[in-house]
Design a protein around this ligand. Structure first.
Ligand SMILES: Nc1ncnc2c1ncn2[C@@H]1O[C@H](COP(=O)(O)OP(=O)(O)O)[C@@H](O)[C@H]1O
Ligand SMILES: [Mg+2]
Length: 271
């Protein structure tokens, strides 16, 4: 029998490319402060159902790359294709989860989760069942009628993830979503991300500055370096799914940590 990782790799080989970057670059023009080259020469293909992490030091352009993928900003060089078409602005195919979930305090968790549906004027009744299913996946089924202040930070972030998934995006982008959480909550949230991915097989791009998190949560790690920001290496993570936290203590996991670290050291980002 094939291991899940082998199956996943075989599936990837035939899955369509959902996001393709070619010579992608971003220079912020800041007027009196001059130009800031945030990203340059970025090339990649991301296939449907992949779990990709972007890891690198602060300021290397991770959020810029994610914002380009979401259509929130437009590149200054090169191309970025979503499903074969140039990304021209935000749309329902891509959802983003940021570090702070920003839930509306006067709405219940269910009402917050259904906000994108209301915003798009889709029929609410068609999405209620899906909202409960998703809340159940992240252990929040009993909190649908609670208000944000009644939930812990981790639970609020889970609600934010469910809100992103309610519109059934093709791609889920996550920008350091657990950066503000304590270490133990963060580990539980990592398991949630893997569970969501295993259930939905959505394409997920996860930004982090934690090397461990980047390996644990992906089948490919894009290692980014700064001055100017670029992808210095792409590392295939051939570790089986489902994954448990014990994996982090294995020698093979340590080898991957060493490879990412070495790449950052060569570029001077870790020295
Ligand atoms: N709106 C902006 N205007 C000008 N410079 C920016 C802007 N956003 C980011 N930058 C600069 O671009 C570089 C990359 O930033 P960012 O993508 O936020 O990095 P990261 O997410 O890896 O910390 C940094 O030097 C940052 O100061
Ligand atoms: Mg950032």
């Amino acid at each position: 029998m094939l291991s899940l990782s082998t199956q996943a790799i075989q599936a990837e080989a035939v899955s369509p490319v959902v996001l393709a970057a070619c010579g992608l670059g971003m220079t912020y023009r800041t007027g009196k402060f001059g130009d800031v080259v945030a990203l340059t020469g970025v090339n990649f293909d991301i296939r449907h159902g992949e779990l990709v992490s972007l890891v690198g030091p602060s300021g290397c352009g991770k959020s810029t790359l994610l914002r380009l993928m979401s259509g929130l900003i437009t590149s200054s060089e090169g191309s970025l294709l979503l499903g074969g078409e140039q990304v021209r602005g935000p749309g329902p195919k891509v959802a983003v989860v940021f570090q702070a979930p920003i839930l509306l305090p006067w709405r219940t968790i269910l009402q917050n989760v259904l906000l994108p549906v209301e915003f798009r004027e889709w029929p609410l009744q068609d999405y209620r069942e899906r909202a409960f299913e998703l809340l159940d996946t992240v252990g929040l089924a009993d909190f649908a009628n609670s208000y944000p202040h009644e939930l812990s930070g981790g639970m609020q972030q889970r609600a934010g993830i469910v809100r992103a998934l309610i519109q059934d995006p093709q791609i889920l982008l996550m920008d350091e979503p657990f950066g503000a959480l304590d270490a133990m909550t963060r580990e539980r949230m990592n398991l949630d991300v893997l569970r969501i991915w295993e259930k939905s097989r959505k394409t997920i791009v996860f930004v982090t500055h934690s090397i461990t998190e980047s390996i644990f949560l992906s089948n490919r790690v894009f290692v980014m370096t700064s001055r100017p920001g670029k992808i210095a290496d792409i590392i295939d993570v051939d570790l089986p799914f489902p994954r448990s936290l014990d994996l982090i203590n294995t020698p093979v996991f340590g080898d991957y940590v060493g490879r990412v670290r070495a790449c950052l050291q060569v570029s001077g980002d870790l020295s």
